[in-house]
Unconditional design. Structure first.
Lengths: 815, 186, 154
């Protein structure tokens, strides 16, 4: 520890910290505009000047390292004068349009000018007269207000790994802009907006909506991916007007992705359900809660008594709270049915299954900061920066800031691939083969951890891997044998390797086998599950599984939706007709079900087929717990009144249960919280055994001459499931599905950029999507995001028979 | 002492004194006002009913929706809702409401306004049969101006009674300055 | 698209540094030598070759006055506008050039023969006013001398 004196107070600070960090950590404020905790010091604004005893010149605290026995003063008349001058100079160009600037009230420049600022400026200079840039979606730029601190530029490049904007030009004319002063086209994460100390960058949905001092800020847990970030919502008149990440709050410490920052407005969608609907004479008609619940109770009792409870099924949701899922499970238990499952079957369920085989655990929480401790990071066919943006940032940070080695195996040129130390561009869905090849290379060269030999199944693994020689794997994956050997060497030489992968329920290039291979590799490296980063997909995936929404002894989602097994189905917060693979088949089965109840916030495609539709309160209209990828229960709070007569899901189920005279236990929220407390104290780390489970590279639907391309479906950074597609904010950035085609394929098959293109699967199903010609995807692969209901991507996909990657071979025709 | 008192009692001096005052008052002017018929003129700088200044040039309100009046209001009776004008991409008022019955007439809102868009008129008669009539929205406030401050009165209002802010903005054209008290500027 | 020659030269320049982006200025100069100026398209191509984003390279390119982001003429006239030249009659020289060529500062003649640009100081204060055409410096100028000087450049 370094000891120095700041303003007469003795403070301690770790080595390699700056004076500013030492001061801030000890509660001494030094004004600063261009410094950010996450970024390398820039020393641009010159406001953090301090006096160091024994030194003539003033030091910029943000970029001067703290040294032992330094005596620092931060508030002296000399400094005051210096700061005054710096501010005066900053304000030479800065317009005084505070009365209409949305930043006023929380503007750092405004506050400093108020504190130090001279009343009148001594300098005359020209003002900037650049037009505001409003063409881009979601983010507005006002170059006139910019003080050129470069924080946005650095956050975009250094922290976010994008580099969409930069300081163009020199001197008076310089301004922050995308290359060639084009319209901003980036990820729209909005991190630059939060970083901006003045009002030069703003979010368009908040533009002129309200002055900040009229807002009420509430911290809430983001409802989208599994990371569970805290997003600070600003409310006015019972409406959310913006969401921000505030430095240091929540597990995300203030970082947010586009969904968390802009995706809040789905709540006020005009398509929200406000009253229960009952199908009468073929049409869904509004009804009262009494009628609706009475009708459901009647029909379910009838079906139960006539055909037995085992003909009734339920589908839970990874987006609903633990309470909701717990109540659904309880309701089904009370009815006497074990048929309960969720979309996780296509997503995290596969990881869960692999974990069960390899480590005998059901779920594996991730630690958000674990990647920062690793020295070699291996990411297998997963775009973590899209599926779990904030977790992905940590992987990036490990490589960029801490110098770790990042190995990425992915056919797509993802952000991680661009930043990778080595990018192995394998063929789609060949992850298992690649990992097998790496393991084989390690075994051949004897560079695996010797304690792995004692692990159960080692000999079986050795035997199974015999045929996965690097040369053979090179043939399957399309990368050279040397690359595979190199990867093996890098991993084997790591002190603390970490392996990453995620499976989204709409991704079709990974399966249980891929995950098992990764776990084998983990064991072969002599590591336990702590070296695996397998984040759960949605906000409440782990909470839902722990609440009991998993098919133990009952039918799973595939049995319920793709085979006519059921007479009644209760769907809570799920839209199988769109988001599940093989949508046509699912729709057919759903239509054939005698009694379908859908409980949702919107009249979804599935709800349109239902016999009864119940309006549920959405996130921020109810409170409850989410247990996401980190395994920590996080409470989200109620900020808004319910829409119409909608109710929280668990209350609907409780009321229904009571009406059917079933024992539903808890009467109120406190009682329920006490009941689920057992389910929240998760003991995921109980590791009974570890064993090698050798896997083969799965048989996939291979491309042939008629259908020569592999279609990969997946997730975009801006979207989450189909929920975000009703958010107007997010739709303004990405509103429509597109298909990514390699330029060479485009040439071969006559596909034109931005033109509609027909994609046909082997069974003849086809969809039309706009083409995007890009070399982000390799030859022979197409990528299409699966979020958009109207694109009907899931007409082409299939659920996998055995938990393996359900790849689809397609042909493509330019229209 | 006792004798003096006795004299006073015998000759009713106090009563006579009283009668003298009564007699004098009979010939002097009345000090009370016949209020509804006869109105008391407001003194200069009186702070009465609120009004929105109508810009003579545009015919619209001067307000730029900065919200400083709402921020400074001690009784929190000003509510401002803003939005972006779709055509001009300008900040405009969506709704502007003053709960006049909660106002304490401190005049901070007028002082805070950077563009001189709000005024306190000399009107002080508030009685009405509904509370709603005293809940002012933008139209009512503009109407107040037309009724009570139109013409020269309105023009002089800010010059006379409120610190004329633009005087302190004596500086290079379009230059960054902060307000300075008037005396110091001289 | 970068030509084979350009690509080779850029790679040679970038290869001298640990990080490719350190060779960005040299790479821009390579392209400018071949094409006379650096177009948006060229920025995109060079940035891809150097593993940079286009906006980073554009920031570098727009920072330096002598990386031309607009098409320039065959010959470059740089008129010094520093104090010494200013005092010694820079305005007359400049006006005369403007008049003769019919272009303003930053402009290019229609036949692409000349581009006229200002420059801060040529270090010729003892011979002010001074101009530079391509690599040649002319000092102690008067408006009457310009005809003969300009006629040397085609």
């Amino acid at each position: 520890m370094i000891e120095l004196t700041i303003n007469g107070i003795k403070v301690q600070t770790p080595p390699k910290t700056t004076i500013l960090q030492a001061a801030l950590a000890n509660g001494i404020y030094i004004p600063h505009l261009c410094w950010d905790r996450r970024l390398t010091p820039y020393g641009g604004c010159r406001l953090c000047l301090v006096e160091v005893e024994g030194q003539k010149k003033l030091f910029a605290a943000c970029s001067s390292p703290a040294e032992n026995n330094m005596v620092v003063h931060t508030e002296t008349p000399k400094l005051e004068k210096a700061r005054k001058t710096v501010l005066e100079l900053l304000l030479v160009h800065h317009p005084l349009d505070c009365p209409i600037c949305d930043k006023a009230g929380e503007c750092e420049l405004q506050e400093l000018a108020f504190k130090y600022g001279p009343a009148e400026s001594r300098f005359a200079a020209e003002r900037k007269h650049d037009p505001e840039s409003l063409a881009a979606p979601l983010i507005e730029r006002n170059p006139n207000r910019c003080i050129l601190c470069g924080k946005c530029v650095r956050v975009c490049r250094e922290h976010q790994g994008v580099g969409a904007i930069n300081l163009l030009g020199r001197g008076f004319k310089s301004k922050v802009s995308p290359a060639f002063e084009e319209t901003l086209d980036c990820e729209f994460c909005g991190q630059c907006v939060d970083a901006c100390p003045v009002g030069a960058l703003g979010t368009k949905p908040f533009r002129y909506r309200s002055r900040v001092w009229f807002l009420e800020d509430k911290e809430n847990i983001c409802p989208y991916c599994g990371v569970g970030c805290t997003t600070t919502l600003s409310l006015r008149e019972g409406k959310i007007v913006r969401a921000r990440g505030i430095d240091g709050t929540g597990i995300n410490e203030g970082d947010l992705c586009p969904r968390g920052r802009f995706g809040f407005d789905y709540i006020e969608s005009e398509h929200r359900l406000t009253t229960p609907l009952i199908r009468k004479e073929g049409n869904l008609q509004p009804a009262t809660w009494e009628e609706a619940l009475g009708y459901i109770s009647e029909r379910l009792s009838e079906i139960k008594s006539r055909f037995g409870a085992e003909t009734i099924g339920a589908i839970g949701s990874e987006r609903c709270s633990v309470e909701d899922n717990y109540m659904l499970k309880k309701f089904m238990d009370a009815l006497g049915s074990k048929n309960i499952d969720s979309r996780a079957h296509f997503g995290y369920g596969k990881i869960s299954e692999a974990l069960k085989k390899a480590f005998n655990i059901r779920a594996l929480p991730v630690e958000l900061n674990a990647p920062l401790k690793a020295d070699v990071l291996f990411v297998l066919e997963s775009d973590l920066t899209s599926t779990h943006p904030i977790y992905g940032l940590k992987v990036l940070a490990a490589k960029r800031d801490l110098g770790a080695t990042l190995l990425v195996a992915d056919p797509k040129q993802t952000k991680l691939a661009r930043w990778a130390t080595r990018w192995m561009r394998i063929k789609p869905a060949t992850g298992a083969a690649l990992v097998n090849g790496i393991m084989k290379a390690m075994l051949d060269e004897g560079i695996y951890d010797k304690k792995a030999e004692g692990t159960h199944g080692f000999d079986a693994l050795k035997e199974a891997l015999a045929k996965y020689t690097p040369e053979k794997v090179s043939e399957i994956t399309g990368i050279s044998a040397d690359e595979i050997r190199n990867a093996a060497k890098t991993l084997a030489s790591a002190r603390n390797p970490m392996l990453f992968a995620s499976i989204g329920s709409s991704e079709n290039t990974k399966g249980t086998g891929t995950m098992l291979a990764l776990m084998d590799l983990c064991l072969l490296l002599g590591r336990g599950p702590e070296a695996l980063g397998l984040p759960a997909e949605f906000a409440d995936t782990l909470g839902m599984l722990e609440a009991g929404v998993r098919p133990e002894g009952g039918l799973n989602v595939e049995d319920m939706l793709y085979r006519p097994n059921l007479r009644a189905l209760y769907i809570m917060g799920e839209n199988p007709a769109v988001t599940f693979p093989d949508a046509a088949k699912a729709e057919e089965v759903l239509k054939g079900i005698e009694f379908l109840v859908v409980q949702d916030i919107l009249l979804t495609e599935t709800a349109q087929m239902a016999h009864v539709v119940l309006p549920a309160a959405s996130w921020a209209e109810k409170e409850g717990f989410f247990v996401g990828a980190t395994g920590k229960p996080q409470k989200f709070i109620k900020c808004l009144p319910e829409t119409g007569s909608s109710m929280p899901d668990w209350q609907i189920l409780r009321n229904l249960g009571r009406l059917m005279q079933l024992d539903m236990g808890a009467k109120d929220e406190e009682g329920l919280d006490a009941e689920i407390a057992n389910h929240l104290s998760l003991c995921f780390r109980e590791q009974a055994a570890a064993s090698f489970v050798p896997v083969e590279q799965a048989e996939m639907e291979m491309p042939d001459s008629g259908h020569p391309l592999i279609l990969a479906t997946g997730i975009l950074m801006q979207h989450s499931g189909s929920l975000t597609t009703i958010s107007k904010n997010i739709s303004s950035a990405i509103a429509d599905a597109y298909i990514q085609v390699n330029p060479r394929d485009a040439k071969t098959y006559g596909v034109v950029d931005e033109k509609f293109t027909k994609i046909t699967a082997k069974d003849g199903a086809s969809i039309y999507v706009k083409a995007k010609v890009t070399d982000e995807v390799p030859e022979g692969m197409l990528f299409v995001p699966a979020h958009f209901a109207h694109a009907r991507v899931n007409l082409l996909t299939k659920p996998s028979a055995n938990g393996e990657a359900p790849t689809v071979a397609v042909k493509i025709e330019g229209a | 002492m006792r004798l003096k008192k006795a004299v006073k009692t015998v000759f009713f001096t106090e009563i006579l004194q009283g009668m003298a005052l009564t007699l004098r008052s009979m010939f002097s002017h009345a000090v009370t006002r016949q209020y509804p018929k006869e109105k008391r003129p407001a003194m200069p700088g009186f702070r009465g009913m609120h009004a929105f200044v109508r810009d003579a040039k545009t015919g619209r309100e001067k307000c730029i929706a900065c919200g400083l009046c709402g921020a400074v209001c001690p009784s929190q009776c000003i509510h401002i809702y803003t939005r972006e004008d779709d055509l001009e991409q300008k900040k405009v008022i969506d709704r502007y409401e003053i709960e006049a019955l909660r106002c304490v007439y401190c005049g901070f809102c007028v002082e805070a306004c950077p563009v001189g868009a709000i005024a306190l008129t000399e009107h002080y008669e508030y009685s009405d049969y509904s509370r709603q009539a005293l809940y002012f929205d933008k139209e009512k406030l503009l109407d107040n101006w037309d009724r009570m401050m139109a013409g020269k009165k309105g023009e002089e209002y800010f010059e006379k009674f409120w610190f004329p802010k633009r005087d302190s903005f004596r500086s290079y054209d379009g230059q960054a300055v902060f307000r300075k008290p008037k005396e110091e500027a001289k | 698209m970068l030509s084979e020659e350009e690509r080779k030269e850029i790679e040679a320049e970038a290869g001298q540094y640990d990080r490719k982006e350190a060779g960005s200025v040299e790479a821009l100069k390579v392209v400018q030598r071949h094409r006379g100026w650096v177009s948006d398209e060229a920025i995109r191509d060079i940035s891809a070759a150097l593993d940079m984003t286009p906006d980073e390279l554009d920031a570098v390119a727009t920072f330096y006055s002598f990386i031309f982001r607009r098409e320039v003429g065959r010959n470059l006239i740089l008129v010094c506008d520093s104090v010494a030249c200013y005092v010694m009659g820079y305005q007359g020289v400049l006006d005369s050039i403007k008049e003769k060529l019919g272009i303003d500062l930053g402009g290019t003649t229609e036949d692409r023969r000349f581009t006229l640009l200002p420059i801060s100081c040529l270090g010729q204060c003892d011979k002010a006013p001074a101009i530079m055409i391509n690599e040649d410096i002319y000092g102690n100028l008067g408006p009457e001398m310009l005809d003969s000087i300009l006629s040397r450049y085609k």
